[in-house]
Design a protein around this ligand. Structure first.
Ligand code: NAD
Ligand code: SER
Length: 338
């Protein structure tokens, strides 16, 4: 279903699958979320599905590989799973995102940080081969350059989510430098995809808007028409993740988290892009508390370190993403869009 098997076939003769042994296992924590659901399927395309374990707080239902219910705040339960499956790599995706985090900041801090410490500690103690921990554009605040925000920039985030990601990046770097744990990380922009729904972020409008458009409904946007934010289409986000995780360690110069970019657009831009296919689509604007969060984030990101270190190159621009989103959602909702 996802074209990820070929991601690594770049002269190194499918290094990823060759180096992955029968006894190796990957654990994905937060596998039921917007990114986790798609990443799990992609990893099961690249690696044997029965060696990719999908874990989440909630029951994930039947899948083509093993699933587990796990509260990542429970360090003993996590260690139990790592032992049971002889886990060699963890993708730690579970987190409270920016908008939800502002409703209960201390709970967001507790969940984001304690789950990360549990992952880092079990990985250090059991000498796991690799750990993946996503960061976010939320690490930046309004003191940072607004356009083409560089890799190394002042980090004064204005959300508890952003603070937890800055701290998380630094702990990732600490575990790498102090213990040699191979933790890798990307600062994802807002991720847009048709396969799953977003879970409480400030960029969620960019997914919701397509669901409304395809159903020929009017959309009320919670950000203003001109709010420009960095965004990335899901297949690009998954390719970037797989590519970073399989890059030779000696190529990685950034051990906090890599800036990652795909495109930047405003709600007005995405509306115009949708109207090229659905001319009657209408959007109204009613900014809420998420506007202040968006205003503190960059409009665009400089990801030249990711490009030069491990060959990052996005494939989708806004119109290509719109076409693909609408095609897939039309099938999902059994409607015609053109
Ligand atoms: P999501 O909210 O859609 O999914 C998070 C998943 O984690 C959910 O399925 C939830 O049930 C699970 N979870 C929450 N608490 C848990 C716990 N204690 N134990 C086990 N599972 C738990 O999030 P997402 O959008 O898929 O994001 C995944 C990661 O990527 C997060 O770390 C997020 O900060 C990061 N990220 C996402 C975006 C984006 O646009 N989606 C952008 C930047 C960074
Ligand atoms: N999409 C995420 C959010 O809005 C960015 O990390 O919270």
């Amino acid at each position: 279903m996802f074209p990820f098997r070929g991601v690594f076939e770049t002269g190194r003769a499918n290094r990823a699958t060759k180096l992955f042994m029968k006894q190796d296992h990957i654990l994905i924590i937060g596998a039921g979320g917007q990114i986790g659901a798609v990443l799990t399927e992609a990893l099961r395309e690249v690696y044997p599905p029965d060696q990719v374990i999908a874990a989440d707080l909630r029951d994930l239902g039947p899948q083509n590989g093993p699933t587990e219910i796990l509260d990542a705040l429970d360090g003993a339960a996590l260690e139990g799973l790592v032992k049971k499956w002889r886990v060699t790599q963890i993708y730690h995706l579970a987190a409270i995102l920016s908008a939800t985090g502002e409703k209960d900041p201390l709970r967001a801090w507790e969940i984001n940080m304690r789950s990360l410490f549990n992952v880092l500690e079990v990985s250090r103690q059991r000498q796991l081969a690799k750990v993946y921990f996503p960061s976010s554009i939320a690490v930046f605040g309004r003191e940072a350059s607004h356009n083409s925000t560089p890799q190394y920039e002042v980090l004064i985030p204005e959300t508890v989510y952003g603070i937890s990601k800055v701290a998380g990046e630094n702990w990732a770097n600490y575990y790498y430098r102090r213990y040699g744990l191979d933790v890798r990380s990307l600062r994802y922009p807002g991720i847009v995809g048709h396969q799953s729904m977003p879970g409480g972020g400030t960029t969620d409008y960019a997914v919701d808007i397509y669901h409304y458009a395809v159903q020929h409904k009017m959309y009320e946007c919670f950000l203003s028409a001109h709010t420009r934010l960095p965004m990335l289409y899901m297949p690009d986000a998954i390719r970037a993740t797989l590519k970073l995780m399989e890059a030779p360690a000696n190529l990685l110069s950034v051990r906090t988290s890599y800036n990652l970019a795909g495109m930047s657009f405003t709600p007005e831009d995405v509306t115009a892009s949708i109207r090229k296919i659905i001319p009657s689509f209408k959007v109204t604007y009613k900014p809420d508390f998420r506007q202040a969060i968006a205003d503190s984030w960059p409009a665009s990101i400089d990801d030249s370190a990711a490009r030069s270190d491990w060959g990052w190159q996005p494939q989708y621009d806004l119109d290509a993403m719109t076409k693909d989103m609408l095609q897939h959602l039309a099938v999902q909702y059994q409607v015609k869009v053109e």
